[in-house]
Design a protein around this ligand. Structure first.
Ligand code: G5P
Ligand code: MG
Length: 224
């Protein structure tokens, strides 16, 4: 089972992809988390990606395809994957289909998590996340139980360096220009559902589960 979460910065891809993966027993793959980990560890990948990320630009397709190709060959996630933030260009979407076809797999479902730009900017100003396990919080609507400490793994919560308003707006521009064609691509294949993420997390999570028809077995539609 392969599920793809597509959405603008701050739309809730991470929050809802992670929950979906847990609920469905699949591996959650956030390309943003993998890149941030590489930057923190000063790996070759991190050195290549850092400047793009700081500027709110997408990392080049070749780098992303190498990363995902390697990941598809790892035994972890053999039961299936929930991609969060990949693919986000048409090239990546077509490249993913090629990689999957050659392994006898396919994308089963794509979910657009939808948000307005101003809502996202406001949310990101209040976001803290755990670099250790990937859990995401909002200081107002979904705060951790203990200030600065991850509820799930006890890790130290951090503010992401690309969450300044100016960088969030640059990321939005990239999304409109480069990721809209990915949405059209999955729509044309009849794989796309969409959910507005403007309500409380628990309510939106129910809509996500309904849109995916439990774990992604249903046909396209909208639960917005
Ligand atoms: P990322 O890491 O993929 P973005 O910008 O696409 O970064 P981001 O910021 O991680 O997306 P998100 O995952 O969509 O946002 O949202 P989230 O963290 O779950 O939630 C945001 C806030 O809203 C949180 O405070 C959360 O609590 C709250 N929230 C979530 N859901 C709800 C809800 O339902 N209701 C309410 N009320 N609140 C909610 O990519 C970072 C960079 O890496 C590179 C690029 O440089 C990119 O800029 N990159 C790639 N480059 C090329 N190709 C790729 N495939 C790349 N992937 C990453
Ligand atoms: Mg995220």
């Amino acid at each position: 089972m392969i599920i793809v979460f597509v959405g603008a910065p701050g739309s809730g891809k991470g929050t809802h992809a992670r929950r979906t993966a847990e609920r469905c027993g699949l591996r959650h793959v956030s390309t943003g988390d993998l890149l941030r980990e590489a930057v923190d560890n000063h790996t070759e990948l991190g050195l290549k990606a850092e400047e793009f990320m700081k500027a709110g630009k997408l990392v080049p397709d070749e780098i992303m395809m190498d990363l995902v190709s390697e990941l598809l060959d790892s035994p972890e996630g053999a039961d299936g994957l929930v991609f969060d933030g990949f693919p986000r260009t048409l090239n990546q979407a077509e490249g993913l289909d090629e990689l999957l076809t050659s392994r006898g797999l396919r994308v089963d479902k794509a979910l657009l998590v939808d948000i307005l730009e101003d809502e996202a900017v406001e949310r990101m100003a209040l976001r803290v996340s755990c670099p250790k396990c990937g859990a995401v919080y909002n200081l107002k609507s979904n705060p951790p139980k203990v200030d600065g400490v991850c509820d799930e793994c006890g890790g130290k919560l951090e503010v992401r360096p690309d969450d300044r308003e100016e960088t969030v707006r640059a990321r939005f521009k990239e999304f409109r220009k480069l990721t809209q064609p990915v949405i059209d691509y999955y729509q044309s294949k009849g794989l796309l559902s969409s959910v507005r993420t403007n309500g409380p997390v628990e309510e939106v999570a129910k809509k996500v589960a309904a849109a995916l028809d439990a774990c992604g077995e249903g046909a396209g539609g909208s639960a917005a």
